[in-house]
Design a protein. Structure first.
Length: 344
């Protein structure tokens, strides 16, 4: 056991029951989608492990603190018939807002609204866009979606675009080095504009080159909303220690991902806690959060069905030696602090 792990074990003595049951812990998830994102046809594929969709209304009834609710900015990564990604984003944002309203939640446009929702025990949703393809060559589109309530933009998703590049494509394609351009000039402009507006930049799905370049130019903390430590598993969607430290050094957040499918990811709650401990030893637990990618993954780790099982993650972290205070931070408090730094 490392010194940091021993310290966590000492601090956690006697604090277990609150963590184990969920207690008064405030949960805020760093990344997810509304129900119906994955086509029904995928569920008919033999051997699929796609979790049942989680309705946003169920989150509100369970009084989950909140969720970063993303629409896809790169629909052409998946659709055989090409469509206008910007028009699609505007349409999906409208649908997301109506779904949140029907669920009894609120759209938060800043950290103040998130805190208010917490006090009222109302589920808050922070709107995001996963994939900057919708920007094209029009940086002013970032202003336009900001006016629509968007407070987070992922630079890339499953396609290289005019902002940056990826290392892992749809269907598990490992992208060759020749296609990894890193952050482009337009990508630098996009980050500068997001910084000025108070829009969070999400580095999830970006390759190492793009993340490294983004860290060099951003004036605001950034998030990698659903990932893991590559030092523990050679999965291209995970990131190396160097980049975990870089994100943390800038005041950012690493979202730990409960994904597991076809032998890749974290197989169970104990492994999830192991990965969390590794990252905490590396940069401190105050830089960690949970990014489940609800309604957007083909499979989850054993013992975890969806966001409603968040208390099980708390219990696994407590078992690993995290203190109740550290668990509360990872569950949601770290994200609230981060949102307060970036959004206005």
């Amino acid at each position: 056991m490392s010194a940091a792990e021993q310290a966590r074990a000492d601090k956690s003595a006697g604090a277990g029951e609150k963590a184990r049951t969920g207690g008064t812990i405030f949960y805020f998830d760093a990344h997810g989608h509304r129900e119906g994102l994955l086509p029904k046809a995928l569920r008919l594929v033999p051997g699929n492990t796609i979790p049942e969709d989680l309705r946003l209304a169920d989150l509100a009834r369970a009084r989950l603190g909140g969720l970063v609710l993303c629409v896809l900015g790169d629909p052409n990564s998946f659709l055989p018939i090409k469509i206008d990604p910007y028009a699609n984003v505007l349409k999906r944002l409208k649908t997301a807002k109506s779904t949140v309203a029907e669920a009894g939640g609120i759209i938060a446009r800043g950290s103040g609204a998130l805190e208010a929702a917490r006090e009222k025990e109302t589920t808050a949703f922070l709107l995001g866009i996963e994939g900057g393809d919708f920007v094209g060559e029009r940086i002013d589109r970032i202003d336009a979606v900001f006016e629509e309530g968007v407070r987070l933009i992922g630079l890339v998703h499953y396609s290289r675009n005019k902002l940056g590049s990826i290392s892992y494509g749809w269907g598990g394609r490992v992208v060759p080095q020749a296609e990894r351009t890193g952050l482009t000039g337009l990508g630098k402009e996009a980050i500068a504009r997001a910084n000025k507006l108070g829009v969070i930049v999400d580095l999830a799905h970006a390759d190492d080159e793009t993340i490294r370049d983004a860290l060099a130019v951003s004036e605001a903390p950034m998030i990698c909303s659903h990932t893991g430590p590559r030092a523990l598993q050679a999965f291209p969607r995970y990131i190396p220690d160097e980049l975990i430290r870089g994100i943390a050094d800038g005041g950012g957040i690493i979202g730990l991902w409960p994904f597991f499918d076809k032998g890749v990811g974290v197989p169970d709650l104990a492994t999830f806690a192991e990965y969390a401990a590794y990252c905490a030893d590396l940069v401190g637990s105050e830089h960690l959060a949970i990014g489940s990618d609800c309604n957007g993954v083909p499979g989850y780790m054993s013992g975890y069905r969806n966001l409603l099982d968040a208390p099980k993650i708390s219990a696994a972290l407590e078992e690993r030696g995290f203190s109740a205070d550290e668990i509360a931070g990872i569950a949601g408090r770290n994200l609230l602090r981060f949102f307060g730094k970036v959004t206005r």
